[in-house]
Design a binder for this molecule. Structure first.
Ligand SMILES: NC(=O)c1ccc[n+]([C@@H]2O[C@H](COP(=O)([O-])OP(=O)(O)OC[C@H]3O[C@@H](n4cnc5c(N)ncnc54)[C@H](OP(=O)(O)O)[C@@H]3O)[C@@H](O)[C@H]2O)c1
Length: 266
């Protein structure tokens, strides 16, 4: 997909991966509605990208508030004059033993990582279908293909997002609307808590820079890719887990024990 003058609505725009994606899209001449949780973050980001000549609007809403979310998407539509691309990037994570998980937080994780992308896609899709063109991009995770111990709520939400992406992509076949699912492995952003960083160091878990993830995401969009799994060997294990899950159980057993020590301290 050509990005120049494409009208993009990006959620999670002020986050580590979101802001890196915003920069890459602005550099390619896309027109952007950057949706974050508060103006203090999206405003300065929009101003910075505008100063480089891009057309950018900074918007804010709590995506878990249905009315506020729908209003913000309508505002993005109005400001941009339409939405050609929706990128669902906002997300929330928890690293904790499931038996100690806060039920309120679990509900927010599933809502933000799964229900909100579905609702946002539902809101923008009719116009895309009418036009016969558009693109929905869902930012998933390796944990959406490999269920990771101590990340049960997060894994469940990302498995759901991957299932939704696959089903909707098949439904949209031949309509001119594309769907790309991007699954990064761990990324150095504030989504990860101190305990998560300590665990990653102890287990030698690979962690990517958000700028690299943004490069790969934009390349996947330009190539109209269906799904992209970032990083080796994670992309291989994501496939292996689907047909040899017992092998992956065994491979992860020792690492799970080490991770558990950090999750209990989180
Ligand atoms: N970092 C990783 O290791 C990693 C790995 C694989 C996939 N991902 C996925 O990549 C995406 C981006 O994550 P990130 O690493 O860039 O994390 P991040 O820096 O924490 O960004 C997430 C963004 O979502 C926003 N958000 C959270 N709750 C919200 C709400 N109720 N309403 C509106 N916005 C809300 C956050 O706003 P606030 O700052 O106001 O909270 C933040 O800007 C997520 O979907 C995540 O699951 C991340």
């Amino acid at each position: 997909m050509k990005l120049e003058t494409t009208r993009v609505l990006l959620t999670g725009a002020a986050g580590g991966i979101g802001s890196a994606i915003a920069e890459k899209l602005a550099a390619r001449g896309a027109n952007l509605a950057l949706l974050g949780r508060n103006d203090d973050e999206t405003g300065p980001l929009a101003d910075r990208l505008k100063a480089d000549g891009a057309i950018v609007y900074g918007l804010s809403a709590d995506l878990l508030d249905r009315e506020a979310r729908e209003q913000a998407i309508n505002e993005a539509h109005q400001r941009l004059g339409g939405i050609d691309m929706l990128i669902n990037c906002a997300g929330l994570m928890s690293f904790r033993p499931f038996s100690e998980e806060d039920p309120e937080l679990m509900a927010r994780i599933v809502q933000l990582n799964l229900t909100v992308p579905m609702m946002a896609a539902r809101q923008v899709l009719p116009e895309m279908l009418k036009r016969g063109s558009g693109h929905i991009v869902n930012i998933g995770s390796t944990f959406g293909s490999i269920g990771f111990a101590w990340f049960a709520a997060y894994s469940a939400s990302k498995f759901g997002l991957r299932g939704f992406s696959e089903a909707l992509r098949r439904e949209l076949d031949g309509t001119g609307v594309n769907l790309t699912y991007v699954a990064p492995r761990a990324v150095k952003t504030k989504l990860n808590t101190d305990a998560m960083y300590r665990m990653a160091e102890a287990t030698k878990m690979n962690m990517d820079d958000p700028a690299w993830v943004a490069d790969k995401t934009v390349a996947a969009i330009e190539a109209d890719a269906k799904d992209v799994y970032l990083g080796f060997p994670e992309k291989f294990f994501a496939r292996l887990n689907s047909f040899l899950p017992r092998l992956v159980d065994g491979g992860l057993r020792k690492q799970n024990q080490v991770m558990g020590g950090f999750a209990r301290d989180a």
